[in-house]
Design a protein around this ligand. Structure first.
Ligand code: SF4
Length: 333
């Protein structure tokens, strides 16, 4: 297949660039056309483009720790940590910095290269940020990359985190702009984009992706990828999450997304953001090993590693290592 193909109706003239070059002008028509490719063509191009930018055998490993669990004032419909839903997750205080650093040490011993700290806040208070900065400094001193997800930030807070040594800030767009209001009402898409701008302006790398399987249409998955791939700079990390249906949340029931559509989403993310690390994120616990293997073939090259992802379970460390071994994958240095 050529490195360009016609998108949309015959004669529409829209061509999809499959060269693997980093571009920021993706259109809905082009991204939609990628989703509609025959599966073998889509996977072939995703894998081919993946190899232009990465060693296909390497997988970046991150560990995620919830440093402040539950009681979040936001109403994200998928989230067991929202105070709006009765999910059995108890609100806890911010962890002690020494305990966080001890967890980071254990993660490093287990093979992680990046340690992510997540707090269930709408935005951090300045007093809490002091404590988080102490954690960032301590984790960084262990030789790990640092990442935090703390909600919305002001310019000054982003700069303080940068000064403390924060390498990455996670703030997801979650879904398409059109579907967003079905999922969150307590902050806007614009709020999210503004936080991403502040993180960029502070010189921190961006980790930003979304969740699929929330009842959105394929067109919403198209819209989500377009929103990510047309940012002025692509996020360095793009987590693609499969919804974990948690009892008590509004999304506890509903049709589970076809795993092959999940693989397609990974492949389209890989093609549209060819130099970004695409992370196979939440939802791996319920995914077959075959689906995970297909995700790696489609260009996913990062996983969260460890038995818990914030408050939901994740495949145990040993299972991950066995799977990586069976697939001939090695941790990215
Ligand atoms: S996803 Fe984050 S912001 Fe939304 S409710 Fe959960 S913890 Fe709060």
């Amino acid at each position: 297949m050529n490195e360009r193909f016609a998108a949309g109706a015959p004669g529409s003239g829209a061509a999809v660039d499959l060269s693997g070059a980093v571009r920021h002008d993706w259109t809905r028509g082009q991204v939609r056309a990628l989703f509609c490719l025959p599966f073998p063509d889509l996977i072939f191009h995703a894998q081919r483009i993946h190899r232009l930018h990465f060693d296909p055998r390497e997988v970046q490993i991150s560990t995620l720790l919830s440093i402040k669990t539950g009681g979040c004032p936001e109403d994200c419909a998928y989230c067991p940590q929202s105070a709006h839903y009765a999910t059995g997750v108890k609100a806890e205080k911010l962890m002690d910095a020494a305990a966080v650093i001890a967890e980071a040490q254990a993660a490093k011993r287990a093979g992680a290269s990046r340690f992510c700290m997540g707090a269930a806040w709408r935005n951090p208070k300045d007093r809490d940020l002091d404590a988080v900065c102490t954690m960032v400094e301590g984790v960084k001193a262990l030789g790990l990359e640092t990442c935090a997800t703390l909600g919305m930030l002001t310019d000054a807070q982003a700069r303080r985190l940068k000064d403390a040594g924060l390498d990455y800030y996670n703030h997801n767009l979650d879904t398409s702009p059109e579907f967003y209001d079905e999922i969150i009402t307590t902050r806007t898409y614009r709020d999210r984009l503004d936080t991403l701008d502040r993180v960029r302006a502070a010189g921190i790398n961006v980790c930003c992706g979304g969740i699929v399987g929330m009842g959105e249409s394929r067109e919403d998955r198209v819209g989500m990828i377009v929103a990510l791939a047309t940012l002025p700079r692509h996020p360095e990390s793009v987590p693609i999450n499969m919804l974990v249906q948690v009892e008590g949340t509004p999304l506890a029931t509903g049709t589970v997304l076809d795993p092959l559509e999940f693989v397609r989403t990974i492949a389209v993310a890989r093609i549209c953001m060819p130099a970004s690390v695409v992370r196979l994120s939440a939802g791996r616990e319920d995914m077959s090993e075959e689906t995970q293997a297909l995700c790696f073939v489609a260009g996913a090259n990062s996983i969260f590693y460890g038995p818990k992802l914030l408050t939901t379970s994740n495949p145990g460390r040993d299972r991950d290592l066995v799977l990586m071994d069976r697939l001939g994958l090695t941790p990215m240095e």
